[in-house]
Design a protein around this ligand. Structure first.
Ligand code: ADP
Length: 177
């Protein structure tokens, strides 16, 4: 599903965040140390190569809700924006910290004058955030930020699982109709 609001297109697709050519930046569901890890961080670091960890660890550790930016190394993207999502039930208030991730990532995208950015479903893997609740926070915080964006024209959510894509699509539909 795709919605266009304030001239910015927001779409949800199923795929691999490490294989998103034609996007200026991809967002990493990072760990505090900005190291390789599993899930999204594993896929991104594997494709980007060791140069990404070398560059990113200089900005570590980061706190829940924070976002930092590095180059994309061997990824097909110029930049990686690393966000540390909250661990559900541990880092509180988890909804505010998750919203901070999306807001801070978009602010960095704006600062770097990026035209397109792809997000994974931050915190919904190992960090245990329920997918529908995470989708509402993610999409609401992005919709609230749209009027502050001037360079960005394309925001993409890349979901790994079919069920997650369906949930993101229905939340996007509800929030935009
Ligand atoms: P977190 O630690 O923030 O929970 P994870 O990487 O464990 O981050 O998972 C976040 C979400 O990303 C989960 O829904 C997971 O299914 C999904 N995911 C895992 N690998 C990929 C990938 N290569 N591309 C896109 N999404 C992925």
């Amino acid at each position: 599903m795709k919605a266009v609001i304030h001239n910015i297109s927001i779409e949800c697709i199923q795929g691999d965040i490490a294989n998103q050519p034609n996007m200026d930046a991809v967002v990493n569901a990072a760990n505090a140390q900005l190291r390789m890890g599993g899930g999204v961080a594993g896929a991104i670091h594997r494709t980007a190569g060791p140069g990404l960890e070398e560059e990113s660890r200089r900005q570590a550790p980061i706190k829940p809700g924070q976002a930092v930016i590095t180059g994309g190394h061997r990824l097909p993207n110029s930049y990686v924006i690393h966000c540390l999502g909250p661990v559900y039930g541990q880092d509180e208030p988890s909804d505010k910290l998750l919203a901070d991730c999306y807001r801070n990532a978009l602010r960095l995208a704006e600062e770097y004058q990026l035209k397109s950015v792809a997000f994974p479903a931050i915190s919904t893997g190992v960090f245990g955030y329920p997918v529908e609740a995470a989708a509402k926070v993610a999409l609401k915080s992005i919709l609230d930020e749209l009027t502050n964006l001037s360079s960005l024209g394309h925001i993409r959510f890349v979901l790994f699982r079919t069920e997650d894509l369906q949930i993101y699509n229905s939340v996007l539909k509800k929030l935009t109709e």
